[in-house]
Design a binder for this molecule. Structure first.
Ligand code: AMP
Length: 184
């Protein structure tokens, strides 16, 4: 099963991705996690993207698409993937669709977590992960980028009829139950 987990920053994508991968035994691919690991290890990619992540803006499509195509080509992802934080632009979505169809695959479910903006900000500020982009000013930038560049990805997949809307307010377990019901 190829799943996209979608939603604004702070919607709980990472938390729910962990639960989905454990329950359904599908590998997780988080572009944000990959970028942060590269920054931590001071790789060439990490050096290239550090200031972009710090600013809350988006890494160029070309860089992200290349990274994801390389990852998805690994055997580990042959039977499915939970994509978390990708695609974040319509260009990325089109590249993903092309990559999947070239490999005889498709998106089976696009799960979007609905959470009111006020709650998003509170959640990010209280999660205390120590991320450099979790400051009030950076959160504002990330939400603006989400609205302007990322939200259109939802329309893109609406057209494909794969969107499953999930109320993202509630306990972690409650939200996971809603997702699991839609995926069965
Ligand atoms: P995340 O952990 O998904 O919130 O991502 C953290 C940051 O990594 C984002 O604010 C972007 O700077 C960068 N990033 C992650 N995924 C993408 C993507 N698909 N396209 C562009 N930038 C991304």
């Amino acid at each position: 099963m190829n799943i996209i987990l979608f939603g604004p920053p702070g919607a709980g994508k990472g938390t729910q991705a962990e639960k989905i991968i454990n329950h359904f035994n599908i590998p997780h691919l988080s572009t944000g996690d990959i970028f942060r690991a590269n920054i931590k290890n001071e790789t060439p990619l990490g050096k290239k993207v550090k200031s972009i992540l710090d600013s809350g803006k988006l890494v160029p499509d070309e860089t992200v698409v290349e990274l994801v195509a390389d990852e998805l080509s690994k055997e580990n992802y042959n039977d499915g993937v939970v994509l978390d934080g990708f695609p974040r632009t319509v260009t990325q979505a089109e590249a993903l669709d092309q990559f999947l169809s070239d490999n005889g695959r498709q998106i089976d479910a696009f799960i979007t977590l609905d959470v009111p903006e006020k709650e998003l900000i509170n959640r990010i500020l209280s999660r205390g992960e120590g991320r450099s982009d979790d400051t009030p000013e950076k959160i504002k930038t990330r939400l603006k980028v989400y609205r302007e560049e990322t939200e259109p990805v939802l329309n893109h997949y609406e057209k494909q009829g794969v969107v499953k809307r999930i109320d993202g307010v509630g306990s972690i377990e409650e939200i996971f139950e809603r997702i699991a019901t839609k995926l069965k």
